[in-house]
Design a protein around this ligand. Sequence first.
Ligand code: NAD
Length: 435
Amino acid sequence: MTQDDPAVPATGTDSPSMLDKARKNLHRACEHLNIHPDVIEELKWPRETLSATLLIRMDDGSRRAFKSWRCRYNDRRGPTKGGVRFHPNVRLSEIETLAFWMTFKCAVADLPFGGGKGGVSVDVKALSRTELERLSRTYIEAFAPFIGPDRDILAPDLYTNGIVIAWMADEYSSISGQPSPTAITGKPVAFGGTAGRKDATARGGYFALRHLEKSLEIDPDKATVAIQGFGNVGYHCAKLLHADGYRIVGISDSSGGIHDSDGFDPLAVMEHKHKTGSVLGAKGHGKTREIAGAEVLTLDCDVLVPAALEGQITAANWADIKARVILELANGPVGHQADLELTKKGHVIIPDILANSGGVIVSHLEWVQNRSGYYWDNSRVREHLKTTMDRETQAVWMQQTELGVSMREAAYIHALRRIAEAVEARGTEAYFEGG
Ligand code: NAD
């Protein structure tokens, strides 16, 4: 394992642009707060990022190497917390950017956590199940000294589902020499997981949208929705909104998209996807047509839910976006310039650090339950999630109204104020000069 040279900015080994762009939100938030420069200095770079090459024995006997990372961006508010993603495009700057976002997401939700993230550059679909298990366990073996319930807590992300997380938690327990479920959240319920984690990210976004329905003048019985990404988050969001009367008119996954102005039943589309591996071919209530995956973003609808990958709405397509409201369930689906242009045009973007914070809110409950050994039922988890989402969504909405800024700026201001308090509580330059 190698530790990146702390004298060199970690992103110096990769494109710096992604983290640089993410930090623009920090600088914009600073303009509205009287933040001590110590705080900005501290948030400029990740606290630590480790990289490791994972060497796996493949089923045919050959050896293969996979690049992997784990980043702890900032831990002033508590141990770092963040998912591990398995995806061919994973790279260092992406992991650091995601860890930066997690720092702000945990602060928006007022959780006692900092931000972290990890990933492996791998195409999961090209691995057998046994190869995937070896890779998941080797990731933990490589990073075990770096993680832990009071240091850095892992969770699911792209292509790291329940069984992958179970292998990881099992490996961490083996290395620790005792059952240690608390270092990894998102575990199956039978293995120390919490009720309500599976759909928590989608449900959190759903609560945020429902909380804002009146302010945004959305009528669920008339509103139409397009969803990009039909995995855990996209599917559960579609299901919840559909049950409340919203009409789901567009759905896409990595194989392409489907459109039906009379709407889809998300359950039927998921059944079809289970059988065929794709949403393509699923039928809606009217004249269903297949569309290119990217077209789902520009469909005529009221609410657009990007729930796949980052960087989906950019200079290339922002002008074609028709949805008045964008509920960001993926991390960073709207690029920086596109965000400014869409906001200027009057679109309302419910930002990722608020909209998809439901996952980490319920992960926090899992961590609490693992520590106490007392487990909550689903209704108690949901109630807590709703209370938290309503409270923080309202706070962000009030902030944007008072300052006349976008919801994204308001969310960053709200989070930065909390992070700054944690940094400043340890003393700033002004305190030491006075001393
Ligand atoms: P998942 O692996 O279950 O599903 C991802 C879905 O996106 C799949 O349906 C896949 O086919 C689709 N997809 C991939 N590339 C696509 C493309 N180019 N166009 C359209 N669809 C595409 O992942 P998930 O857990 O649902 O996560 C989705 C997003 O939400 C990710 O950005 C993740 O970082 C974010 N997120 C997830 C959680 C969580 O709790 N799972 C929490 C916070 C944020």
